[in-house]
Every structure is written in structure tokens, then in C-alpha cells.
Design a protein around this ligand. Sequence first.
Ligand SMILES: C[S@@+](CC[C@H](N)C(=O)[O-])C[C@H]1O[C@@H](n2cnc3c(N)ncnc32)[C@H](O)[C@@H]1O
Length: 342
Amino acid sequence: MQNEKKSQLQQALADRVMEWITGGWVQQAIYVAAKLGIADLLADGPKNVGELAEATETHAPSLHRILRALCGIGLFREEGEQRFALGPLGSYLQSGANSLRGMAIMMGEKWHRDAWSNIMYTVKTGKSAFQDVHGMGVFAYLERHPDAGEQFNQAMSDMSNRMASALVRAYDFSPYDKVIDVGGGHGRLMTAILNAYPGLKGAIYDVPAVIEGTRRHIAEAGLADRCACIGGSFFESVPAGGDLYMMKNIIHDWNDEEAVAIFRNCRRAIREDGKLLVIEMVVPANNQPHPSMLIDLEMMIMATGKERTEAEFRTLFRKAGFELQRIIPTSAAVSMLEAVPV
Ligand SMILES: C[S@@+](CC[C@H](N)C(=O)[O-])C[C@H]1O[C@@H](n2cnc3c(N)ncnc32)[C@H](O)[C@@H]1O
């Protein structure tokens, strides 16, 4: 009896490890469903595979096998033969407010996966796998490949949409007149902040290729008169005139030298009574399991950056003329690190 229990446990453990080993299969199947917009097609109710294949111009028997596999993880549900409905988790693949569809698409795209397939290069050399595969850094690549750029911006917007309300709840923006979001992408976080604080003004700063889309989104949100959209590079300068400089998921893209250069440009722009708010994951000092440790690999492979501990952030701030004042936890996985000029 004891032996039987032991072997059942061993089997369960091996199954678990096998799930991780074959995780790439799951990711690619999710990518196909997300890219084809299957969850949106099922918004009005169940459909036959034939209808879905026709609408997505795909091979029905192959699409059937993809959807059947994804029923196993709750994304879809097979209702009768060859007829599929959204499963309990299916709404996350629908476009819209709570979506992870953009993230699923970007993570599954060949340009992204090619870098991950080159992970061993990074581990052997300490250099970016993305740079090695594509011959340029990720942000130069996104600028030169507008489709990939759009996928990246959509993925970032998905993540920002999801955490914006947690961030707005966690931090009091009321003492400020003008918030500048440095590397603010398409402006989802800024939109949430300006909607919550009607007296506040904002500016979003990002590279010119991205800022065109930002301008469009800010206008659609009815915020064009309260939020400037400014194109430029934070390695050259950062716009002056804000009393709060905010950066979400920027510093983790860059190595220490680059991060300090960005902070120094913020230091030059910021008022003496201004504040710098860095929104990032903080790696726990005692190595307890935390999502930052896997995202850290994404930064290592795709860019030159890393996720950092509190001590590492403190050092970067100090080198650039800031002092970390407090770390505000949020109900999302990120924290808000507030620093002041010294
Ligand atoms: C990881 S995304 C984060 C976007 C946004 N803050 C968010 O959290 O959704 C990094 C952003 O930095 C921007 N970026 C990269 N290099 C830049 C540079 N040299 N100057 C200004 N922005 C830059 C990218 O275009 C992108 O929007």
C-alpha cells in the first residue's frame, strides 16, 4: 500500500515536470487561438469548427485539434461534436479591457520565440540573445518592424490596462500638478490616472514611432487637452516641467549603466521638490518564489536589463542623484518606488 502511494506520488510529480517541459506546446496553441481571434468569434455563443475555420481561413481539422487541446486548460469547451464555446478562462483571450490576447500574441510570435530559442547564447556569453538573432536591440527592431512594434505596444497596453486600477488605488497623485510618464507607451496608465484625478495634467514621453499611437489613444480617451504626447529618447533628455516623473517597466529593460543614464536625465529635468516614481517588480531578497524571477529571464534574453532587489534600486538611485524614500506595495505584482532628488 505504502509502495503504491509512493509510486502514485512519483507519477504525479513526473506529470508536473512534464507539464513544464511541454509548456511551449501550450503557449503555441494559445498563440494560434489568440492570433485568430477565436475567443472574439465565440462572444455571441458556440460555433462549429467549420464556421470558425471559414471565418479565420484555416484548415478545419487542424483548428479542431488546437481547440480540443485548449479545452484541457479551460480556455474553450466542446459542446457537442466539433462545436466549441468559450471555457471558464476564455474571456482572457477576448479583446477588450481585461484582455491578455495581446500578450499571448506577442509571446508566441516568431520574432519573440527566435530570441528565446537562442537562450543558450545568453547563458554562455552574458549578452542579449535577441541582439544575436536579430542583429539589433529589441527597441530598434520594434521601430523597424511596425507589425512587431504594434504587437509589443498592444501587449504592454494589456498589462497596463490590467494593473492600472491597482496602481491608481495604491498611490496618491493628488499633491501633483503635472505627471510625466517617461516611456509611457500608448498611455493606458496615464489615462487611468487622469480619469481618477480630473485636476491633474500629464505628459507622455516615448520614442517617436510609439508616440503617434499614444496621441491617437489619448485623443480617443478625450484627454488631448490635459495630456501632451512628446516624442524623443530618454537617453538624450527628458521633458522638463513635471513635479512627478513616473516610469513603469522601463528600468528593468536596461543594464545598470543605461538605467543610471535614464535616471540622470530625469534628475536634470525634475524640480527640486519633485518626485520620481519607478514602478517595477522588486526581487525579494531571500529568493522566495516571485514572478520577477521569470520576467528577469525575459529581460536577460530580449534586452540588456534585469529585475532588481531593493538594494540594487537604492544603488542606482544614489548614483543618479536620487534617494529612495519608500516602497509602496500594490495588489499587482509590481511595487511603486518613490525617490526624491538629493
Ligand atoms: C516595457 S515598455 C513599457 C511601456 C509602459 N511604460 C507600460 O508599462 O506599459 C518600454 C517602453 O519604453 C519605450 N522606450 C524604449 N526606448 C526608449 C527611449 N530611448 N526613449 C523613450 N522611450 C523608450 C518603449 O517604446 C516602450 O514604450
